[in-house]
Write a protein that binds this ligand. Structure first.
Ligand code: SF4
Ligand code: SF4
Length: 194
């Protein structure tokens, strides 16, 4: 998750992404992941409200949140327990340790420097216009995250203003994710999941 700008992570229009932190690395439906992120947000908000010593509380919180999870699609890939909704309306996902939640950046306590400096190809000014278009047209976290990281889908969405294009892109993104889930369960091989 990038820190210096929010071109792609939280671009507005009710869109958000935490793909690099493992937001989609769950062998589960949208509804199950949605429920998981709500549960984490509630737990974290309660912890913040009650705590006088946030550093100690965060350590306990990390243990608890690590148990609030779902099976991974790729067990060796990131599935950070601090990914959750970051607003009480359960619209925007992101990092619970990022300053928009705590006023201080606590990420290095748990994840080292890697996620403080990680960047991704679409999170640059070069993609800003396309990211904004995708954010406006998706207006969510689930499909937006998948579509902006697939250049074919991003181009399709941005180059075709037709109303049905967004549904077509969502369907393709869902199939893409489904194939990854199937890969991890051995139903189909990676070669047939292109
Ligand atoms: S994958 Fe890219 S856009 Fe998404 S949260 Fe990470 S840095 Fe931001
Ligand atoms: S601590 Fe935050 S930024 Fe780092 S991997 Fe976890 S959710 Fe992402």
């Amino acid at each position: 998750m990038y820190t210096s700008c929010n071109y792609a992570c939280q671009p507005g229009f009710n869109a958000s992404c935490a793909l690099c932190c493992g937001s989609h690395n769950y062998k589960a439906s949208f509804h199950d992941i949605d429920a998981l992120f709500k549960e984490r947000f509630k737990f974290f908000s309660n912890m913040l409200a009650k705590s006088n010593d946030i550093v100690s509380a965060l350590k306990a919180c990390y243990q608890e949140l690590s148990h609030m999870t779902l099976p991974a699609i790729h067990p060796d890939a990131t599935q950070c327990p601090f990914v959750a909704y970051t607003d009480s309306s359960h619209t925007i996902i992101g990092c619970l340790l990022y300053p928009y939640c705590t006023n201080f950046d606590y990420r290095s306590l748990f994840m080292g420097a890697i996620c403080k400096t990680f960047s991704c190809s679409v999170n640059t000014a070069h993609y800003a216009d396309r990211i904004q278009t995708a954010a406006k047209r998706c207006g969510d976290w689930y499909y937006y995250s998948l579509i902006i990281h697939d250049m074919d889908l991003l181009d399709l969405l941005c180059n075709s203003p037709a109303e049905h294009t967004i549904e077509e892109c969502k369907q393709k993104a869902a199939t893409m994710l489904q194939n990854q889930k199937a890969c991890s369960t051995g139903i189909i091989t990676k070669d047939t999941a292109k």
